[in-house]
Design a protein around this ligand. Structure first.
Ligand SMILES: Cc1cc2nc3c(=O)[nH]c(=O)nc-3n(C[C@H](O)[C@H](O)[C@H](O)COP(=O)(O)OP(=O)(O)OC[C@H]3O[C@@H](n4cnc5c(N)ncnc54)[C@H](O)[C@@H]3O)c2cc1C
Length: 383
């Protein structure tokens, strides 16, 4: 498998990251995933310090206890984490690329020193509150408000679908002010700030997803992120997280592909392994092609990012193409496994259901299509 041998193009450091994360997930995560998914739980508090020790939290950020690796090394880590489960990769993405990246990019020195080292070590967990119950794809029209009251800020509103929401020690919350959209750090336990988990999900079940309610939450001036104003603040972080997703999707797809190949070799019908039938081989060959292409896209965008040349449109391209490819692979792999494909004994339907969330969050498929459409025509079709 991996006919193109894309990984031969990785550096020694990047391969070391790959092997370390693979060994970690095989030992500490994979044996429990089906149960976590079935039970709808994710042991974030236990896993976070281990992920921190491996340097995976805020991995591509410089200083403040972060590992400061290349973008490709970070991407490879996301790929291996998501080969285990999209929920695990989501935890790492939200912590590092959304919450920590917001503080790292836009925070004051005091804010960075207070939060980043503990978050990098997995001692403190962060979340990123942008989406609202009535504002998803159009966050620029958000309803959450932050108003001045003397030297303080008072926040009112709600955020929905927030990964790590109820377990976070600090929430990065985006709110509209008289001065444009600003980011605020809301520590857990602040009066007026409450969270509740979203239940009955059939996707990303091994991941905490919550609603945040802000009811007259009073914060000092020092809680505001001073370094950015406007929608470009949250969008800058989303571009970081989307980058991790375009790698992660390759991992989820690969896990489904491996399960399908293994099954096709051993499952016999009509007196032969089903992998010997041309129709099955066609499915597997298309999976190989889709994942080879997705792997190349990820590596190309990663190298551009390391050169400092990547554009948001390129990241949209990668997120759109690779999540679509992984979802197609997952659905096709599911058919190869027949009835066994619908059980948690195999990873395929878990990945398939997870990828439905991955298709929607960090910009839906439609949003990225519109982004690319705008890039090629110069015409904005968003509204
Ligand atoms: C498991 C999970 C975890 C998440 N974690 C977070 C998180 O940590 N932080 C956070 O802030 N958010 C998070 N989200 C929210 C996610 O980013 C949003 O769900 C996403 O942005 C889409 O918003 P929406 O669900 O409100 O859909 P809507 O925006 O209501 O869209 C509904 C449909 O309409 C389409 N649509 C919208 N506008 C247009 C248009 N102009 N043209 C064509 N079609 C359009 C969309 O593409 C979609 O198909 C999470 C979501 C999930 C499912």
């Amino acid at each position: 498998m991996d006919v193109l041998r894309v990984d031969d193009r990785l550096t020694g450091e990047e391969r070391m990251v790959r092997d370390t994360v693979r060994a970690f997930t095989a030992e500490k995560v994979a044996p429990h995933l089906a149960s976590w998914f079935e039970d709808g739980t994710f042991p974030a508090r236990e896993l976070a310090p281990e992920l921190g020790r491996l340097g995976l939290l805020g991995m591509h950020l410089e200083g403040y206890g972060c590992a400061g690796t290349s973008a490709v090394a970070y991407g490879v880590a996301c790929r291996e984490l998501e080969a285990a489960d999209s929920g695990l990769r989501s935890f790492v993405s939200v912590q590092g690329s959304l919450a920590m990246a917001a503080i790292h990019k836009y925070g004051s020195e005091d804010q960075k020193n207070e939060w980043l080292p503990r978050m990098a070590a997995g001692e403190a967990i962060g979340c990123f509150g942008l989406t609202e119950p009535d504002r998803g794809s159009d966050p620029g029209d958000m309803l959450t408000r932050a108003a001045r009251d003397g030297a303080d800020w008072v926040l009112d509103g709600a955020k929905m679908w927030i990964t790590n929401g109820s377990i976070a020690d600090v929430a990065v919350v985006w709110a509209r002010t008289d001065d444009g959209i600003r980011g605020f750090l809301v520590p857990r336990g602040t009066p007026g700030f409450t969270t509740s988990d979203i239940h009955r999900k059939l996707s990303l079940r091994a991941s905490v997803t919550s609603e945040l309610v802000l009811d007259g939450v009073r914060l000092p001036e020092s809680a505001m992120l001073p370094g950015v104003r406007g929608l470009k603040g949250p969008l800058g972080c989303l571009s970081e997280a989307r980058y991790g997703i375009l790698w992660g999707a390759v991992g989820a797809g690969r896990s489904c592909y491996e399960a399908a190949v293994g099954y096709a070799r051993t499952r016999e019908q009509f007196g032969r392994p089903i992998g010997s039938f041309q129709l099955t081989q066609e499915k597997l060959a298309w999976m190989e092609v889709a994942l080879g292409q997705a792997g190349l896209v990820a590596l190309h965008i990663g190298r551009l990012k390391d050169e400092g040349n990547v554009t948001p449109q390129q990241v949209s391209f990668g997120k759109l193409a690779n999540v679509r490819a992984a979802l197609d692979v997952a659905r096709e792999a599911r058919t190869v496994l027949g009835a066994n494909g619908i059980t948690l004994e195999y990873p395929v339907i878990r990945h398939m259901n997870n990828l439905e969330s991955v298709l929607t969050y960090e910009g839906t498929q439609e949003v990225h299509l519109l982004t690319l459409g705008k890039a090629v025509t110069g015409l904005d079709a968003f509204r």
